[in-house]
Design a protein around this ligand. Structure first.
Ligand SMILES: [Zn+2]
Ligand SMILES: [Zn+2]
Length: 137
């Protein structure tokens, strides 16, 4: 079993954080914006309560409207540019942590894949996960 809190940091170490409890859900998103964000085939999001994440260090913020009409705000390290988490300013009680920056990434066990309509052809979806053509509804 994973022991909490788990430590995490951006690539340069300017931002560090502690995750106090297990994520509620881990989701893979294959949309074009997430491919650009991750500079890879998809991004991974761990849904965590805001009360379960303690961050240290200066972060910058950037926002864009999401497909659903919500605002998708992002916190990132101003030095190395590593994305720490996303959130909806209308509901800041829930954060979308980018969990690859955790010191122990074994908790990254995605149970849902979204926006597979935009996924890379060479990536085969694993068995036993929820699959959504677009965003989850
Ligand atoms: Zn950094
Ligand atoms: Zn996405």
């Amino acid at each position: 079993m994973t022991e909490y809190p788990l430590e995490g940091s951006c690539q340069c170490g300017g931002v560090t954080y502690r995750l106090l409890e297990a994520p509620l859900k881990v989701i893979v998103c294959h949309c074009n914006a997430c491919q650009k964000l991750s500079t890879s085939a998809f991004s991974i999001t761990a849904m965590v309560r805001a009360s379960a994440l303690e961050c240290d260090g200066e972060m910058k913020e950037w926002q864009r409207p999401s497909d659903s009409g919500n605002i998708n705000a992002a916190k990132f390290c101003p030095t190395c540019g590593n994305r720490i988490y996303h959130f909806n300013p209308a509901d800041p009680s829930m954060l979308k942590l980018k969990p690859a920056s955790l010191s122990d990434t074994h908790i990254i066990q995605p149970t849902a894949h979204v926006w597979v309509s935009e996924k890379q052809d060479w990536y085969d979806l694993p068995e036993g996960v929820e699959v959504f053509e677009k965003g989850p509804r």
